[in-house]
Structure formats: C-alpha cells, structure tokens
Write a protein that binds this ligand. Structure first.
Ligand code: ZN
Length: 133
C-alpha cells in the first residue's frame, strides 16, 4: 500500500526566517503554496529521493500554530505516499488506527491527504497522500 516517504514535515514560525537555514544546508526550494484547508503556507525542498516541507501557520488557531505553541518549532509529521488513499484509510482504520478525518482532504499540489492520529501511531503524526504535483 505504501510507496515511499513523500516528505518530512517541519513546523516553523516563519518561512522567511527558516527557508534561508535550509538553503544554507544546500537544499533548493522546489515549490511553495498556501494550503487553506490546513491553514498553512508551505515550502518544499528537494532532498534526494524525498522532500522536506516547512509549514508556517496562517492563523493563530491552526493546528500548526497550536503545535508550535505547545512544543516549539521542529519535526511535525512524516508523509507516506500511497496508491489508493481511500483503500489505505479503510485498511488502517480496520486495524485500529485512528484517522483524523473520515474523508481525504485537499493537500499541497492537488494531492489528497489524510492524517493518522499520533496517539494511535506511537507518538508520530503520519500523513498519507495520494497524487498531486
Ligand atoms: Zn505534509
């Protein structure tokens, strides 16, 4: 069901402040956009076979703003790409994983995404994504 690690998500207070840090590491920004459904602005860096996604909150009550308020900036989620997100969601829900939404939501670049709650995944927020570019 799982194809590969599509990206690793990092919560940041400010893209303007953190993008130069990742550039200094030698990474190039591949894309950036606002994702209204998640109340974030994101920047993606190509990193070999995967990507790093920086997420900046666009509203004080967004999940990323709450995460930063509680735990500070840092690693936020791992995104696994799947062939068929609905089939994967049904399979994982059947195994007892707690999904954050019942339906896939629109993610970056036209993808469809769903999150697995960290309480049912050993403390790691896992994003599933299908398609998009
Ligand atoms: Zn993500």
């Amino acid at each position: 069901l799982i194809k590969w690690v599509n990206h690793i998500g990092v919560a940041v207070r400010s893209l303007q402040e953190r993008v130069p840090l990742y550039r200094a590491l030698g990474l190039e920004v591949a894309a950036g956009e606002e994702v209204p459904s998640e109340m974030v602005r994101v920047a993606f860096f190509s990193a070999g076979g995967t990507r790093i996604e920086l997420l900046e909150p666009t509203a004080p009550d967004s999940p990323i703003a709450k995460f930063i308020a509680a735990r500070g900036e840092g690693l936020h989620h791992i995104c696994l790409e799947v062939d068929d997100i609905r089939a994967t969601m049904a399979e994982l829900a059947g195994q007892g994983f707690r999904l954050v939404s019942e339906e896939p939501k629109p993610g970056a670049h036209g993808s469809q995404v769903c999150f697995i709650h960290p309480k049912s995944a050993g403390g790691v927020l896992i994003e599933l994504c299908q398609g998009g570019e």
